[in-house]
Each structure stands twice: as structure tokens, then as C-alpha cells.
Design a protein. Structure first.
Length: 128
């Protein structure tokens, strides 16, 4: 792995207070940012460019994830285990995956932008 890519990956996976790095590359399609929290929490706010697949649906929806990009999962914060479970599942299924130790609260505390999804409640697949 090139040094620059390794630095970006380490910044994403290890630094709850430094959420830049590979997350900045998500809009350019270099990593897939996966939010594994429940749909209501995703709708209330999420990282820009994040894909919403709750942990309870992840195994059934694996086909929605690009197989050629690393998936970086996040959830409620460093003590939340949903992203750990997601990474284990993704790796077991052959995807390259890592976990961002900090979650949405740490992202917000760093003063970084979030997105609120007003349309999620109208998605019939969600049943909200």
C-alpha cells in the first residue's frame, strides 16, 4: 500500500478526533462510508456520502456495496459495537473493511458537516 494511502486509512480507522483523511475521499469514490445505525438515526444526521445499511440488514444487502473499494463502517461512537460487527461480517464475506473508531458524535464535535435526510421517511422500503 502506498504511504499516502496508508496515512489516509490510519486517519480514518484510528483517530476519533481527526475524521478527515479517507473520509474526504468518499465523494470521489475511493472508499465507501457505511453507516450501520438504525434508519431513524441515519435520517436525523449522518456523514456526507454515507450509505445507510443498518447492521440488522447488512448481510441481506451486501450486493449494494461496491466490492472494489474499501468499506469504512461507523456507528454511534467508540463504544458502539455495531461497526465492529459490520467489519467482521464484511471481511468474512471477502470485502476489504475497516472501522472508524469515532462515530457521528465525534464527527460533530470536530465541527464537521453532517447531512440530514428529509426523504428517508418517504422511502417505502424502510416502512417508516
Amino acid at each position: 500500500m502506498p504511504a499516502a494511502a496508508l496515512v489516509r486509512r490510519q486517519a480514518v480507522l484510528a483517530a476519533p478526533g481527526a475524521p478527515r483523511g479517507a473520509f474526504d475521499t468518499a465523494p470521489r469514490g475511493l472508499v465507501t462510508v457505511l453507516d450501520v445505525r438504525p434508519p431513524e438515526e441515519f435520517a436525523a444526521g449522518h456523514l456526507p456520502g454515507a450509505i445507510d445499511i443498518p447492521i440488522r440488514e447488512l448481510e441481506q444487502r451486501l450486493a449494494e456495496l461496491p466490492r472494489r473499494r474499501e468499506v469504512v463502517a461507523y456507528c454511534r461512537g467508540p463504544d458502539c459495537l455495531m461497526s465492529c460487527d459490520a467489519v467482521r461480517l464484511l471481511r468474512r464475506k471477502g470485502l476489504k473493511a475497516g472501522r472508524r473508531q469515532g462515530g457521528l458524535p465525534e464527527w460533530r464535535l470536530a465541527g464537521l458537516p453532517t447531512v440530514r435526510d428529509e426523504n428517508l421517511s418517504r422511502n417505502p422500503r424502510r416502512g417508516l
